[in-house]
Ligand binder design. Sequence first.
Ligand code: DOR
Ligand code: ZN
Ligand code: ZN
Length: 446
Amino acid sequence: MRMSEDRMVIRGGRVLDPASGLDGVFDLWIRGGRIEKLVSSEPADSQDGAGGIGIPEVTVVEASGCYVMPGLIDLHVHLRDPGLTYKEDIATGGQAAARGGFTTVCCMANTKPVVDNAETVRYVVEKAAGVSPVHVIPVGAVTVGMEGRELTDMAAMKAAGAGAVSEDGKTVMDREVCRLGMERARDLGLVTMAHCEHRGMLAGGVMNEGPVSKRLGLPGFCNGAEDVIAARDILLAEETGARLHLCHCSTAGSVALLQGAKKLGLPVTGEACPHHFTLTEEAVDGADANFKMAPPLRTAEDVAAIRAGLADGTLDCISTDHAPHAAWEKEKGMREAPCGIIGLETAVALTVSELVRPGILTPMQMAEKMSYRPAVILGIGKGRLAAGAAADVTVIDPQAEYEIDKESFASRARNTPFHGRRVHGRVEVTVVDGRIVYEREGRRRG
Ligand code: DOR
Ligand code: ZN
Ligand code: ZN
């Protein structure tokens, strides 16, 4: 691995910096783990000597034709560590993140044990520092054991390195507990990330409720189960002034609620996942549990609302909800298999293919939703490409066309519904703190 003191130049790519609005072809110079400067790109052969390109100790990353974005940040992944490492662990999840172009990921608390105290937060932070190629920020649980009753010691978790709180995987059903949790998070300056699913309205559902679930004879969950909790939590954000982030918005209703909250000036943000803007319930065939996740794949109308919400800024970011499970667990079928699909290594391709190429998002908006906005939501000074910023950078070839191959994944898990899908958009290089942590095999060195 290269030393972070080394110099590197990412040459001739289309640099996209949402924070400043910079969008142009530049050489991005890195030194000592930080961005040193951005200079107008010139043809390679005119630079030897003048700019330092060609000096042996400078690593050259050729990026012509590529997007050069601030390192992607995923607010929502499950790394299954501690305790569920047969599905994934911090090393394999970190490698999957690097391969997917992510330089920072926030990992949810529904591990075994639950990340509900400072000691377990420290375990994640320390293990990540040792084995993960990307930055890992643990998210602490709202309640002890995620049982929905007693609030966690969020101050201690924050001191140990937790970057947010969430009960992701389920909803804190007791309104009063939820309110007190949001107040505690507010007092600590932590955002509360809400998984919105009314437990009483799930009715044993394993997919979206509608004609497809009826045809397949599978129990469904309705949009209302999501919408009612999104509405409740928005009201609690208004009541408490706490910062609220809605996880994996999947319904037209939750997008409308979020839009309403923003119109009122409430401190509420929201994310959408690639599977929710790519697939509808029609993709569910009843046999393959790689189409089972919570919230479920919805209707074309919901997908249209999510796409519109991303385009108009109602939805702030794209997160993966990377949820690894073992093959034998998914083989249990739609009724019995656990919810969730992996997403770290397909998010860039799906975003480029489904949103950028069709003109729903500009490349700049993609950078905003996958890096800058997540950084702002977390309150970390990342997601920028400017002199002095930490050199977390993602290089993406938006033209590359290929078939998603789950066997190529760095993740320990293979539970994706996108195996074999033809896509555009490939991560070429991922740089964390000035070091290359992923480089596509076989790519030409500059
Ligand atoms: O599909 C999901 N999988 N949704 C969740 O909320 C939890 C996640 C998991 O942990 O597997
Ligand atoms: Zn969730
Ligand atoms: Zn999740």
